[in-house]
Design a protein around this ligand. Structure first.
Ligand SMILES: Cc1ncc(COP(=O)(O)O)c(C=O)c1O
Length: 401
């Protein structure tokens, strides 16, 4: 733990960070902050290598010129919220209003605001995992209790496990679909069963659909918005980051009924204020301008997924399954070593990936790679992973260093 030192008068006072920061710093997510050197092929980050489509970039400049340089409304640009509400209405077949949408600082801002706005300390949060690590960190910040619920062997939902994990203080289930990190796209039947379980146990369903556009092979993507009887308990989070390659713009939203969008707005307003006015106008253009950019990006991801399949399907020392969605590959390796140790081992072999356990205990024995990077990086990185996993399986990682 780094300790901040501050000079007060002539004495230096050593300040411990808050207990919360100390807890958060112990999460594996925090431990991955170091940047690898230039010789390393970087397959660890979920940041698309595409530039943001030019019409969206142009819209930002236009908005600044038109004077969108002042504070925005705390809940977000009214026109953007109304457009999102219309799109949600069309998608779900049930009415959504602009009042039920809060614009946030990326999908992360949406998740944080939604959770802090609707959970209390001691509430139980059920997390089918492996799953994106942010939810656990936010739960820790609230003092809510996380229960990791294993997915099935094929990375699909295990409703029996969810049922038996739910205690008297169960309040929320969190599902990311398509799933970061496994790449699974959940089927309609399991999602309907999940919605029924939420109704039965009076739970909120936080549905994070950051990768809803990145689905391969004609797999049907079923949005939680379309599930029966869920509207009043749905906490829907979305981001512009992945579909439009806008990670650095920090634009996302939270949509929920029963006052939850408003509660989220109060949390967001307190933490960061309103989102950048001109960026919200550019977001409006992203949503309303017909464009083949998002599909072209998915086509390229599909090509890269095919390359990975060729490079890894017969590799020894690991098991590769093609993801159904997202731009992540979830690899099970054979070596009998913890995922946390596998990451520095792979780094020494010139490739950066994420430890499976960053996504929950169910990620042990796995690593996650991202193919939101160039074909060249993917070819070289996959070859290095295959060589390192074969070596580790044969000789163990200490012998293979
Ligand atoms: C499932 C999921 N939700 C939310 C986010 C956060 O998105 P943003 O960059 O818009 O904050 C990510 C980022 O990787 C993600 O994987």
């Amino acid at each position: 733990m780094r300790i901040a030192a501050q000079r007060v008068g002539r004495e230096v006072h050593v300040r411990q960070p808050s207990e919360l920061v100390q807890r958060l710093s112990r999460s594996e997510r925090a431990g991955q902050a170091a940047r690898p050197g230039p010789e390393v092929v970087r397959l660890e980050t979920g940041d698309p290598d595409f530039a943001t489509p030019p019409h969206i970039v142009q819209a930002l400049g236009d908005a600044v010129e038109q004077g969108y340089t002042h504070y925005a409304q705390f809940q977000g640009d009214p026109e953007l919220r109304a457009t999102i509400a219309d799109q949600l209405t069309r998608k779900s077949g049930t009415p959504w209003t602009a009042d039920e949408v809060t614009i946030t600082n990326g999908g992360s801002g949406a998740v944080y605001s939604a959770m802090v706005g609707s959970l209390n300390a001691g509430d139980q949060v059920l997390m089918p995992q492996p799953t994106f690590s942010l939810y656990g960190d936010v739960a820790v910040s609230i003092g809510a209790e996380v229960t990791n619920v294993p997915l099935d062997e094929d990375y699909h939902l295990n409703l029996d496990a969810l049922r038996s994990a739910a205690g008297p203080r169960a309040r929320m289930v969190i599902l990311v679909n398509p799933c970061n990190p496994t790449g699974a796209v959940f089927r309609r039947d399991e999602l309907i069963a999940l919605a029924e379980f939420c109704v039965e146990r009076d739970l909120l369903l936080l549905a994070d659909e950051a990768y809803d556009h990145i689905v391969f092979d004609g797999h049907e993507f079923v949005s939680a918005l379309t599930l029966p009887d869920i509207a009043e308990r749905l906490v829907f989070t979305q981001t512009f980051s992945k579909t439009y390659a806008m990670t650095g713009w920090r634009l996302g939203y939270l949509a929920a009924k029963a006052g939850i969008a408003k509660s989220g707005m109060i949390v967001h307003r307190t933490a960061v204020g309103a989102v950048n006015s001109a960026v919200q106008r550019a977001g409006l253009v992203a949503l309303t301008t017909p464009s083949d950019w998002p599909d072209r990006m998915v086509e390229e991801y599909a090509h890269r997924r095919g390359m990975l399949d060729e490079l890894l399907r017969d590799a020894s020392g690991l098991t590769w399954r093609q993801p159904q969605g997202t731009f992540y590959g979830w690899i099970k390796y054979d070596a009998d070593v913890p995922a946390r140790a596998m990451v520095p081992f792979l780094l020494r072999h010139g490739v950066a990936v994420r430890s499976g356990t960053e996504f929950g205990p169910g990620g042990e024995g796995h690593i996650r790679l991202s193919f939101a990077t160039s074909r060249e990086n993917i070819r070289e990185g996959a070859q290095r992973i295959a060589a390192a996993c074969a070596e580790a399986a044969g000789e163990g990682i200490s012998a293979a260093v």
